[in-house]
Design a protein around this ligand. Structure first.
Ligand SMILES: CSC[C@H]1O[C@H](OP(=O)(O)O)[C@H](O)[C@@H]1O
Ligand SMILES: Nc1ncnc2[nH]cnc12
Length: 293
């Protein structure tokens, strides 16, 4: 694959419900075979780069993490022509040095969610994509470089554990996740990152620390009120980060170093004659390239 036009997709998490800097914003009401995405997508330009934005929880934050239709969101991004996906998320921290306000450029995930649809595939079309390296290093590098250029406190790399929520963790769980080597905790990046890989979309996540979860001996429990205070500062930095990231990545792109754009070539196991035609119809966007080969 040679150079192609970039369309940079953003999932805005808690506190990031719009992208005011978008030039010529257009609302895209996209229906998908998996249901409705969280809201209308908004397409526009940032410094000459095509950008599509979607508020993950809806513009009024009406969807709890397990009710977000992750399949519809990723499928809608693909239908909107997105080529690269970046998540901007709030998270709790498991390390003293990752204080509220720090941005972690995640490179690994642990998926502890269960109450969610996790795959576009199933009976009639079986595929096993690799999640060994779930994050696109080129997107992660650009995010970290932007944070450095903007003096946003950040860490390159980190493991994000994803829980169902909506409850925050117990102290015992918080200690357990720390003992597993997790850096941050949130409720949304899984199965989003898995679905992005199935849809052959390079994915990266910036996890913005809002709190220390509840593992620190003398700290009280996590509370949404305290999180919202930190979110305001994080949201302002998220806007600066996005404004810097778009021109840094540029209007054209090269394939991800991980070969994400052809991930299905190595993953699909069901031969054409055994595939269920009904499922194939639903896969017209996410597996469009693979099915047309
Ligand atoms: C408001 S704190 C809990 C909430 O915030 C995070 O969401 P997102 O990743 O979309 O920013 C976290 O995962 C929870 O869903
Ligand atoms: N402590 C925490 N646990 C899970 N999700 C979060 N989002 C922000 N803070 C969080």
């Amino acid at each position: 694959m040679t150079e192609q036009q970039r369309v940079l997709g953003f999932f805005g998490g808690s506190g990031v419900y719009s992208m005011d800097a978008l030039e010529n914003p257009q609302r895209l009401e996209i229906d998908t075979p998996w249901g409705q995405p969280s809201d209308a997508l908004v397409k526009g330009k940032l410094s000459g780069v095509d950008v599509v934005f979607l508020a993950r929880h809806g513009a009024g934050h009406t969807l709890p993490p397990s009710n977000v239709n992750y399949r519809a969101n990723v499928d809608a991004m693909k239908r909107a022509g997105v080529t690269d996906l970046v998540s901007v998320s709030a998270c709790g921290s498991f390390r003293d040095e990752l204080a509220p306000g720090t941005f972690v450029i995640v490179d690994q995930f642990i998926d502890r969610t269960s109450a969610r649809e996790k795959s576009f595939f199933g009976p009639g079309f079986v595929a096993h994509v690799s999640m060994a390296d779930p994050v696109c290093p080129a997107l992660a590098f650009a995010l970290a470089t932007s944070c450095a250029a903007l003096d946003i406190p950040h860490q390159r790399g980190g493991t994000y554990i994803c829980i169902d929520g909506p409850h925050f963790s117990s102290r015992a769980e918080s200690h357990l996740y720390r003992s597993w080597g997790c850096d941050v905790i949130g409720m949304t990046n899984m199965p989003e990152a898995k679905l992005a890989r199935e849809a052959e979309l390079p994915y990266a996540s910036v996890a913005m620390v809002t709190d220390y979860d509840c593992w620190r001996e003398h700290d009280g429990p996590v509370e949404v009120g305290l999180i919202l205070e930190t979110l305001k500062q994080n949201t302002a930095n998220a806007a600066r980060l996005i404004a810097d990231l778009a021109p840094r990545l540029g209007a054209t792109r090269r394939p991800s170093p991980l070969g994400v754009e052809t991930a299905l070539d190595m993953a699909v196991i069901t031969p054409p004659e055994a595939r269920d035609p009904e499922i194939m119809k639903k896969l017209d966007a996410v597996a469009g390239r693979f099915l047309k080969r």
